[in-house]
Design a protein around this ligand. Structure first.
Ligand SMILES: CC(C)(COP(=O)(O)OP(=O)(O)OC[C@H]1O[C@@H](n2cnc3c(N)ncnc32)[C@H](O)[C@@H]1OP(=O)(O)O)[C@@H](O)C(=O)NCCC(=O)NCCS
Length: 156
């Protein structure tokens, strides 16, 4: 897994077209994400190009998953789970308290995927998408990693 940058735009747009039959991100939107200082895009490469990609946006103490996708022929092998675990590790390292995401109420595969990973639905966003579909708002709390334990004098 590696961090993607602006040079990955064409490969990531091709990947977007491969993974989403409709309602995909526009090329200029992906470019905006790749250049945004509070966004992070992680990719997995395979012999034939990008195998998986995930786009994160950091908003205060919360990390928002803008998109996660795995190439169709590589699905159901745990790659998506590995990507989301990487997002959770990133949150913990940055001391963030939660990961949030929105998912179309019709994307049953993704809803099950997130549910299995421990994400909980906290609302329905009516007409959330520009094409009119509703979304579920989901979240998972992340515990910060303890990298700087209290000195022993504080533990009495
Ligand atoms: C959602 C997605 C990222 C999952 O990636 P993946 O690598 O296939 O996921 P995993 O192999 O880690 O699956 C973990 C679990 O999620 C659930 N799951 C994943 N895909 C599922 C599906 N199509 N139907 C039902 N459950 C599914 C299962 O419980 C699965 O565990 P199992 O295989 O042991 O049954 C992938 O299907 C995808 O790219 N979809 C298109 C893009 C998309 O809709 N992204 C989400 C919105 S941005």
């Amino acid at each position: 897994m590696r961090v993607a940058g602006p040079d990955d735009l064409s490969a990531l747009y091709r990947f977007e077209v491969l993974c989403f039959r409709e309602h995909r991100f526009r090329r200029d939107h992906i470019d905006w994400i790749l250049r945004h200082e509070r966004a992070l895009t992680l990719v997995e490469d395979g012999p034939e190009g990008v195998t998986a990609a995930m786009m994160l946006l950091f908003e205060g103490s919360v990390c928002r998953v803008l998109s996660v996708a795995v190439a169709p022929e590589h699905r159901r092998r745990g790659i998506g789970t590995r990507m989301m675990r990487a997002a959770e590790t990133t949150c913990q390292e940055r001391g963030l308290s939660a990961i949030r995401l929105e998912v179309s109420t019709s994307n049953l595969a993704a809803i099950e995927f997130y549910r299995k990973l421990g994400y909980r639905t906290d609302g329905v966003l009516r007409g959330y998408y520009s094409w009119g579909e509703d979304a579920y708002s989901m979240h998972k709390a992340t515990l910060p990693t303890v990298s700087d334990p209290l000195p022993s004098s504080h533990m009495t």
